[in-house]
Design a protein around this ligand. Structure first.
Ligand code: ATP
Length: 524
């Protein structure tokens, strides 16, 4: 394969494609072979290596790191045999990630700053944080900068010999493993403060991390639960990440309309319109939804535990979130009508007058303005708003009524309401309904109808689809850390089936939930 020139492969494929159309014998098999992921990956790796050899880059480490990263990504597409898995593991944890070193400001000594949990140095049991480095492969390191020592290591091949003076008090490990949900994104390559970007662990909000070392007040060691076989990487400690978030937040220009424009959702039209009106009238982030916008400044990690609902326990509340028109109500309606004895919505409260054909507790709970406001002040409303002078809202009591009947309560909320619903009692499972691409929606939403501020049952226009996409992106950016599940609503039948199985999974399978919901009976 190494002899094959990549460019000529591409032209060969084009020729074969023509032959394939003409149905020449055996060409189909060859065409499929050349199109296969593993061969493509192999060729790309070969191309990378040629490029790398041609450039003979300096310094070697940076280029090697980029190549390493590229190859790991390519191997992701290759068939997952045992060897490929091992190769990916090794490439993601090369020997340089086994430990980090630092230079003592006064003495100039090079010492081991930390040993990376699960890395080669750790597994060898020979290196400890605080050990003083004297020689690497026979080269004295006295007077050198850490980068120079790293270059010696990078250029070394085979066995690496360290001469070192062990730290006098080798630390006894008494770490307890902690699991957290990342509430913010982190990219070590964009963090100038990280002691060693190579050893950093990038993560996205919502990912669950296993924290294995908190010895350093600033830099912890962690791995992702989705890949516990990988060696640990450095992440900013709770305290440090909070400081970074705060600095970043203050450095941003003031944006009074940063909040999401609200959508309507809920089965009753007034309730939907009231939400839209209420949220569209928002003046600024600070005035109306500090909980959501300031959440970036709240704890950057949330401690989580694995929770499996006991069959005798109440069901978990199911919350659907999504941009206006994405199909939250359609999916909710389909789910409930698939088995009304199992699923039910919460009946909203309103201050408007009951109509002759309505029944208290069926369409709405009809209450006085005073009662409604009391419910708001005593935090018994998950969300509420005003429409044509009347108040509308979904209460915790209404949700509790459904749960007490042993049913699964399915509601939809504005994302701003997620944090209010996240309580020990309701243990909500949050499902984000995401729009498919605009080109797909053009096809699937041909006969669909939306409710806008001024019209009911309007056909979707191009700008509605664009707004849906923009709004979904903003929701994911601001609230993605709270989503337990994301369902793309492309094909309605498929999305409904996915919703049904997600709802059952939430009730019957172990899930990561905030530790606070489980460890304390008194916490919210
Ligand atoms: N996957 C889909 N394919 C085709 N049509 C869909 C799909 N999902 C939803 N629809 C249709 O799109 C329209 C809007 O859906 P729905 O009323 O559920 O939106 P929503 O998310 O609840 O937003 P809003 O609260 O603003 O109405 C409805 O006509 C619905 O039947």
């Amino acid at each position: 394969i190494a002899e094959v020139k990549v460019n000529s492969m591409h032209s060969l494929k084009s020729v074969l494609y023509l032959d394939l159309i003409l149905d020449v014998n055996g060409v189909g098999m060859l065409y499929d072979l050349l199109r296969s992921h593993w061969l493509q990956a192999l060729l790309k790796i070969y191309e990378c290596l040629q490029n790398y050899l041609g450039k003979r880059p300096m310094p070697v480490t940076l280029q090697a790191r980029a190549l390493n990263h590229e190859v790991v990504e390519l191997l992701r597409e290759a068939p997952q045999s045992g060897e490929i898995k091992e190769l990916r593991r090794l490439l993601r944890a090369p020997h340089l990630r086994g430990a980090t070193i630092k230079r003592h400001e006064i003495t100039g000594d090079i010492t081991v700053a930390r040993v990376i949990n699960g890395g080669l140095a750790d597994r060898s049991g020979l290196l400890y944080a605080g050990d003083k480095l004297v020689e690497v492969n026979g080269v004295p390191v006295e007077g050198l900068e850490p980068e120079q020592v790293i270059n010696i290591l990078a250029l070394s091949q085979g066995t690496i010999m360290f001469k070192l003076i062990p730290v006098s008090d080798r630390p006894v490990s008494n770490q307890t493993t902690l699991y957290v949900r990342a509430m913010a994104d982190y990219c070590p390559l964009q963090d100038p403060a990280i002691p060693c970007a190579d050893a950093g662990l990038p993560f996205k909000k919502g990912e669950i991390l296993q924290i294995v070392d908190q010895n350093d007040a600033l830099w912890w060691q962690a791995r992702k639960v989705s890949d516990l076989s990988a060696c640990a990487g450095l992440i900013p400690s709770n305290h440090l990440l909070k400081r970074k978030q705060r600095e970043f937040w203050w450095s941003q220009p003031f944006q009074p309309h940063l909040c999401l424009k609200s959508s309507m959702s809920g089965f009753r039209r007034s309730m939907r319109l009231c939400r839209r009106k209420s949220w569209n009238n928002q003046q600024s982030c600070y005035a109306r939804c500090p909980s959501s916008c300031y959440s970036a400044l709240a704890a950057p990690y949330e401690e989580v535990v694995r929770y499996q609902r006991h069959p005798a326990d109440r069901n978990r509340l199911i919350v659907l979130v999504g941009p206006a028109g994405v199909g939250v109500n359609e999916l909710r309606r389909r789910l409930i009508s698939s088995n009304p004895r199992e699923f039910q919505s919460a009946v909203p409260h309103t201050t408007r007058v009951q109509k002759s054909y309505e029944m208290n507790g069926r369409e709405y709970h009809y209450v006085s303005k005073e009662t409604f406001e009391n419910m708001v002040y005593s935090h018994r409303m998950l969300e509420y708003g005003e429409y044509k002078g009347y108040l509308y809202g979904t209460s915790v009591d209404a949700v509790r009524t459904v749960l007490d009947e042993g049913k699964i309560c399915v509601i939809d909320l504005e994302p701003q309401g997620i944090q209010i619903a996240r309580t020990h009692e309701l243990k909500p499972y949050i499902i984000f309904i995401k729009p498919s691409s605009i080109s797909c929606m053009r096809q699937t939403r041909k006969n669909a109808r939306i409710i806008t501020d001024y019209y009911v049952n309007m056909k979707f226009k191009e700008e509605d689809l664009q707004e849906m996409e923009d709004s979904a992106k903003k929701m994911e950016d601001q609230f993605g850390q709270f989503f337990d599940q994301v369902i793309v609503n492309d094909n309605l039948q498929e999305a409904s089936a996915q919703l049904l199985s997600a709802v059952h999974r939430a009730q019957d399978e172990p899930q990561w939930v905030p530790a606070m919901w489980i460890c304390s009976d008194t916490q919210p």
